[in-house]
Design a protein around this ligand. Structure first.
Ligand SMILES: Cc1cc2nc3c(=O)[nH]c(=O)nc-3n(C[C@H](O)[C@H](O)[C@H](O)COP(=O)(O)OP(=O)(O)OC[C@H]3O[C@@H](n4cnc5c(N)ncnc54)[C@H](O)[C@@H]3O)c2cc1C
Length: 349
């Protein structure tokens, strides 16, 4: 069975890897290079256990995907920056800790540990304890370098015999009996199945989904970073330790105006920087090595992500919004089940 996967971001690359590993003939195409879309901008937080959701499908998908990650990274056997030190969530007022006891209990029953720490107990993380009220430590949440992961997936797909065509833009999908004719900038490709995982580009390939871009900015700071640090987070500002390289700080969430494409707001980036000073005094003075922005694909009128069959042998796997890196493995599992006709419980639709 031949499957064409459109889009070599983290979602498409993970899908193609799972399908190739399962013995299917896979072709992955991208108009650009791997991880140039939203994936190239992501911080790679695998924020599952600390999610505020207590139960439900969205949480279930997060935890299933998180569970798959340690094994996935092990299978890839490439040098992929992967932080296993967990995520530390900070609280600077009592109100921010209100839901913590319930969350700790519910997660314990689900088999995921969460540990409440007092300010002196977070000293191992090197954090500034001034004004800190408490912290919630999740040893099982993770962080991965999304670009390195996507490149490693590409290498494994090739190793398994899969084809990757870069610089190949998919222009039109045409149904044929039992499959698809895919018109690309480089010619026609025939496939039994097509998976559209082209991020924001997905909506131009099928009217079955509507997506809006939500902009995110982040920066890399040159600042001494002790070894063995967890990711630190407060109020949606994340500090990602990169070893000797310094830190990533991100990310803003900037919605498009009416009819306007979102533009990065310098004030939002500045605010992000100032907020990071809470974690370490002086961090806002650290030299900026680089700053960047990207566009998250957010579904309109339905929850993220959008993973479903939208026609005979045509699957949409897109709209992962703020959690595409986290949700890539579970998305690949769902797509694999759809292609193989396995109606496993847990499918989205
Ligand atoms: C600043 C920022 C921080 C983020 N942080 C996190 C985080 O910490 N954790 C997390 O889980 N998520 C995070 N995200 C969200 C995450 O980046 C996205 O959800 C995820 O990358 C989506 O992956 P994707 O593969 O679907 O899309 P993309 O990465 O956008 O990939 C789509 C690919 O499809 C290709 N394509 C498009 N149209 C066509 C076409 N017609 N033909 C061929 N190819 C095509 C594009 O070239 C692109 O390579 C963040 C996003 C941003 C912007």
């Amino acid at each position: 069975m031949e499957v064409l996967v459109v889009g070599s971001g983290v979602v498409g690359a993970t899908i193609a890897y799972y399908l190739a590993k399962g013995g299917l003939e896979v072709t992955l195409v991208d108009q650009s290079s791997p991880a140039q879309g939203s994936t190239g901008a992501a911080l790679g937080l695998l924020y599952g256990v600390l999610s505020q959701k207590l139960t439900g499908l969205a949480l279930d998908l997060r935890l299933r995907s998180l569970h798959a990650y340690d094994q996935l990274i092990g299978e890839l056997t490439y040098e992929i920056p992967y932080n296993r030190q967990g995520i530390l969530k900070l609280a600077y007022c009592e109100a921010e800790t209100e839901a913590w006891d319930q969350l700790i209990q519910v997660r314990a029953a689900q088999g995921w540990p969460l540990i409440r720490l007092s300010p002196p107990e977070v000293s191992w993380s090197g954090i500034n304890p001034t004004d800190l009220v408490a912290a919630l430590y999740s040893p099982r949440d993770r962080q991965v370098d999304p670009r390195a992961l996507t490149l490693a997936l590409g290498a494994r797909i090739r190793h398994l015999g899969g084809q990757i065509h870069l610089g190949t833009r998919v222009e039109m999908l045409q149904e044929r009996p039992g499959g698809w004719v895919v018109h690309t900038s480089e010619g026609v490709i025939r496939a039994d199945w097509v998976v559209v995982s082209a991020g924001l580009g997905s909506a131009t390939l099928t009217p079955a989904v509507n997506l809006t871009p939500v902009l995110g900015q982040a920066l890399e700071l040159a600042w001494p970073c002790p070894p063995g640090q967890p990711v630190i987070t407060h109020n949606d500002v994340h500090l990602v330790p990169l070893g000797e390289q310094g830190y990533w700080v991100g990310a803003t969430v900037e919605f498009p105006g009416e009819d306007a494409f979102p533009e990065p707001d310098p004030a939002a980036l500045q605010k992000l920087r100032e907020q990071s000073e809470k974690f370490y005094p002086g961090l806002s003075q650290a030299p900026v090595r680089r700053a960047w922005w990207g566009l998250r694909p957010r579904p309109v009128g339905e929850p993220a992500p959008v993973v479903r069959a939208v026609g005979d042998r045509l699957i949409l796997a897109t709209g992962h919004y703020r959690n595409g890196v986290l949700l890539a493995p579970v998305t690949a599992e769902l797509v694999q089940a759809l292609v193989l006709g396995d109606k496993t419980p847990g499918q989205l639709k």
